[in-house]
Write a protein that binds this ligand. Structure first.
Ligand SMILES: NC(=O)c1ccc[n+]([C@@H]2O[C@H](COP(=O)([O-])OP(=O)(O)OC[C@H]3O[C@@H](n4cnc5c(N)ncnc54)[C@H](OP(=O)(O)O)[C@@H]3O)[C@@H](O)[C@H]2O)c1
Length: 336
């Protein structure tokens, strides 16, 4: 194995395109495995990180190798790793302080990965970790979606939406979703029962008495979500503002808790008036949950949806495509 590798580097916030450079292969900690990355997926967090939009929650030191999830093959294991071996095909979402999957190699904590679902290629498996974990944590861990419940999932054709619809359907929910007419057949094939063309129909007047909303849009759509849910129901957002409860649980300093308290006063009022609980989710890495998702995938309950695949050298084009915000499922980057 070479001591050097190609990696996509961010040298400062606001950089428009990551620079593909030759850098040292990362060194292993005792609880790490070293993975030869075969494929990685693009996530809006890559663009937000480049723009500096997440500094408040997630400050990084530069230079930073970008990329938040992957599928690949283990080429070395740390001294304390017992559950994986060299040659294992794995997939994962590294913890936020140790991202860097747009690279030939990644040193990742063994707790953040799982064996790749056997029936998926590396490209397909790379489509799962970040969106799969986020959807699982929203629908299963927070909302605790149960059979027969009515759940709205915003932006059903996106990276999150395509997995979340399948998971909510698997959990027995009746699923409504929003998308453009060109994606109606796709979201129905994933399990959506009620499909709303967000260009021509207002979900907030079309839907009532829902048990839960999984909001992926934030802003006005998040505020409107409270009118769709019945009293005692829940809204979980991954794109709205984090509230004070989240800020405390995430361990933010008091001044940041105060800032977020002021910024979310409208959401807090809506929560009180509607009797609907609001949760902000910032997904967490979990090898255990990835193993659960792999079991669902091999059982045929869940499948990745891939829009396009780019070569690593064309990462800049992949980012431009993703930034348009109209992907149908996931955008994948194949590593050399
Ligand atoms: N907090 C967290 O832990 C966390 C984790 C993952 C993702 N996120 C956030 O969640 C959001 C979604 O992520 P993603 O990976 O699903 O993004 P994505 O794949 O880029 O989303 C693209 C999809 O959004 C749809 N869309 C855009 N505007 C819409 C609208 N007003 N109504 C309905 N659909 C709309 C597009 O459909 P059309 O082509 O029909 O417009 C397209 O299919 C991002 O903001 C991301 O940063 C947060």
């Amino acid at each position: 194995m070479s001591e050097k590798m190609q990696a996509a580097l961010l040298t400062h916030y606001g950089q428009v395109t990551p620079l593909i450079k030759t850098v040292p292969v990362p060194t292993l900690r005792v609880t790490d495995v070293l993975v030869k990355i075969r494929a990685a997926s693009l996530n809006p967090i890559d663009l937000k990180t480049m723009a500096g939009g997440l500094k408040f929650l997630l400050p990084y030191r530069m230079p930073l190798i970008l990329g938040s999830d992957f599928a690949g093959e283990i080429v070395a294991v740390g001294n304390q790793v017992t559950q994986f071996r060299v040659g294992d095909a794995v997939y994962g979402r590294p913890r936020k302080s140790r991202i860097g999957t747009f690279a030939e190699y990644l040193a990742v904590d063994a707790a953040d990965i799982a064996l790749k679902p056997r029936n998926l290629t590396f490209n397909e498996a790379a489509a799962i970790p970040l969106v799969g974990l986020t959807s699982y944590q929203a629908l299963h861990d927070i909302l605790r979606v149960k059979h027969g419940q009515k759940v709205l999932i915003q932006a059903g054709a996106g990276g999150i939406g395509t997995i979340a619809i399948q998971l909510a359907t698997y959990l027995g929910a009746q699923v409504a979703t929003t998308t453009s007419p060109k994606n109606f057949a796709l979201v129905r094939s994933l399990g959506a029962d009620r499909v709303i063309d967000y260009h021509n129909e207002d979900f907030a007047t079309a839907l009532t008495d829902y048990d839960a909303v999984f909001d992926t849009l934030g802003g006005k759509s998040l505020e409107q979500a409270f009118s769709v849910v019945k009293r005692g129901g829940q809204v979980v957002s991954i794109s709205g503002l984090p509230n004070v409860r989240f800020a405390k649980a995430y361990g933010l300093p008091l001044w940041k808790q105060g800032v977020l308290g002021i910024a979310t006063h409208r959401l807090t009022r809506l929560e009180r008036q509607s009797g609907v609980a609001y949760h902000f989710l910032f997904m967490a890495p979990s090898g255990e949950e990835l193993a659960l998702l792999a079991a669902l995938i091999t059982a045929g309950k869940l499948r990745p949806v891939i829009d396009r695949t780019f070569q690593f050298r064309d990462l800049d084009q992949a980012l431009v495509y993703s930034k348009r915000g109209h992907a149908r499922g996931k955008v994948i980057v194949e590593l050399p």
